[in-house]
Design a protein around this ligand. Structure first.
Ligand SMILES: Nc1ncnc2c1ncn2[C@@H]1O[C@H](COP(=O)(O)OP(=O)(O)OP(=O)(O)O)[C@@H](O)[C@H]1O
Length: 269
């Protein structure tokens, strides 16, 4: 791998302080992390520790109070088509069909340089990739939660982002749909070789999907407590992993971190 690709995303000395009516609130401090091209990173930590805050910084939706974030050697100064976000609540426009929800983003990114037929081809290919070609003409209100989430993923993949940012994308789904979408995501990422940063609360999801798990300490002033490499070969099969010694060791390490070393104490608001 090109040495530059080993540090595709670089987060250096990043801190985030929010202004609140009660004074400044230090959400993140001293975050240092390097992500290689094609790497799948999961971010895990107790509720409120700053996972979404960190993802928003990588997306360029917010700017850090301290430090710098780089993507492909360039400072992240705002959102860009090289980084696409998938949200937990899918954020689809209810009055548009699934096709048009995906087309909207495709047109924004490629509309100036490609003919309409090519934009439609890209949209159809993204829906095909997530197994939703048959639902292209349905509106979000006419499809299930899992299907809506797949449209959200198709919309992100359709713009061919270099980095896929996912904020608890499967958090609102039932366990079976969630498992199916995790498998589909593994398959898609294998094919597209995207770099992925995914926030999750789910320990099994974190281990199943990741090349490395970034474990965050509790907030306020949260930081990275530990980075755990997951040296499991790909493609991964969830049934085989259930008894795999490396899988079980990684799972235990995350559980230990979360429930022994970072016991969650609900703070008074
Ligand atoms: N715009 C903001 N202004 C003030 N405080 C904020 C703002 N955004 C986030 N926070 C605070 O920063 C901390 C981190 O929030 P964040 O949403 O990143 O946590 P999280 O780990 O993603 O939580 P969860 O797992 O519950 O989604 C929280 O205490 C939150 O209240």
């Amino acid at each position: 791998m090109n040495p530059q690709d080993l540090k595709y995303i670089e987060i250096q000395g990043v801190g985030q302080v929010f202004k609140t009516p009660r004074g400044p609130f230090v959400a993140l401090r001293d975050i240092n992390l390097t992500i290689a091209k094609g790497e799948f990173v999961t971010l895990i930590g107790h509720s409120g520790c700053g996972k979404s805050t960190l993802l928003n910084l990588i997306a360029g939706l917010t700017r850090p109070s301290q430090g710098v974030l780089l993507c492909a050697g360039r400072e992240i100064a705002g959102p860009g088509p090289d980084r696409a976000m998938v949200f937990q609540n899918h954020a689809l426009l209810p009055w548009l069909t699934c096709f048009d929800n995906v087309y909207l983003g495709v047109e924004r990114v490629f509309g100036a340089s490609e003919p309409k037929a090519r934009l439609r081809e890209r949209t159809a290919a993204a829906l095909e990739l997530v197994g939703l070609a048959h639902a292209a003409q349905k509106r979000p209100g006419e499809i299930s939660g899992g299907m809506k989430q797949r449209v959200g993923i198709a919309r992100a993949l359709a713009i061919e982002p270099k980095v896929l940012l996912m904020d608890e994308p499967f958090g609102a789904l039932d366990a079976l749909t969630r498992a199916r979408l995790q498998d589909e995501l593994l398959d898609i990422v294998e094919r597209t070789r995207s770099t992925v940063v995914m926030v999750t609360h789910d320990v099994d999801e974190a281990v199943l999907l990741a090349d490395k798990i970034v474990m965050m300490t509790n907030g306020p002033a949260a930081t990275i407590g530990e980075v755990l490499p997951v040296p499991l070969a790909r493609p991964r099969q969830r049934l085989q992993l259930a008894e795999d010694a490396t899988y079980l060791r990684c799972r235990k390490a995350v559980l230990d971190f979360l429930y022994t070393r970072q016991t969650h104490v609900e703070k008074a608001a």
